[in-house]
Design a protein around this ligand. Structure first.
Ligand code: PXP
Length: 237
């Protein structure tokens, strides 16, 4: 059964809307753990629009399940990651104007920088995952960098119209997943997954970890974090 990493960024988004102290993503992480989360995921963006350095520091001290830090290939956050040492780092592309991570890493544009980041994080004792579109060429290029895992971007699947378009995106994910596994890499997936669309992705052979944020935090507003996590865990199971 795939493990569930609960992304708590949007708890911090609500807090930053008022630049106050609540709601606290550290509290949310505790409740997510009590609901059965296998990991807590957070994205320390260069613009610090939601998660702050203080959140990462406190989460490192308090989270007892896997702590997964998403970060861009950028000096300041790489330095923080190597110092704070989350259990896992997921390298993602980042653009200041985007609402959320729009696509996977482009390993053609700057493979050297990603390769250096992978090595640096691994030398600090951190598992490294690369966030990629389900594109065979990107996965081929990623395998050469020897990360520990690949997280497949499920955004296109999540936004495809139900029916043939969604089935085609699921097929692309299955194909990419097989390629990831054949390279001996650990298989993760995430982005845009919801209570309605998660199950076909959770069923993909050898799926180890799903990272889900927006949908869980949205449901948590209505039913509470513990219950929202429990419901997602049940669907994945
Ligand atoms: N995985 C990665 C690499 C992400 O960047 C994000 C968004 O921060 C997610 C998973 C979670 O996406 P969502 O909030 O749509 O569930």
């Amino acid at each position: 059964m795939a493990q569930l990493g609960v992304n708590i960024d949007h708890v911090a988004t609500v807090r930053q809307a008022r630049l106050t102290y609540e709601p606290d993503p550290v509290w949310a992480a505790v409740l997510a753990e009590l609901g059965g989360a296998d990991g807590i995921t957070l994205h320390l963006r260069e613009d610090r629009r939601h998660i702050q350095d203080r959140d990462l520091r406190l989460l490192r001290e308090t989270v007892t399940v896997k702590l997964n830090l998403e970060l861009a290939v950028a000096e300041d956050v790489l330095e923080i990651a190597c110092r704070v040492r989350p259990d896992q780092a997921t390298l993602v592309p980042e653009r200041r104007t985007e609402v959320t991570t729009e696509g996977g890493l482009d390993l053609y544009a700057a493979p050297g920088k990603v390769a250096q980041a992978v090595q640096r994080l691994q030398q600090a004792g951190i598992l490294v995952s690369l966030f990629l579109d389900p594109d065979p060429k990107q996965i081929e290029a990623a395998a050469r960098l020897k990360p520990d895992a690949v997280e497949l971007h499920t955004g296109k699947y999540a936004t495809a119209s139900p029916g043939a378009a969604q089935a085609a995106e699921l097929e692309r994910l299955r194909h990419a997943a097989k390629q990831v596994v054949e390279h001996g890499l650990i298989l993760h997936a995430g982005h845009g997954l919801t209570y309605r669309n998660v199950q076909p992705v959770a069923r993909i052979d050898r799926m180890c970890e799903l990272n889900i944020g927006h949908s869980i935090v949205s449901r948590a507003l209505m039913v509470g974090m513990q219950q929202a996590v429990r419901e997602m865990k049940n669907l994945i199971a």
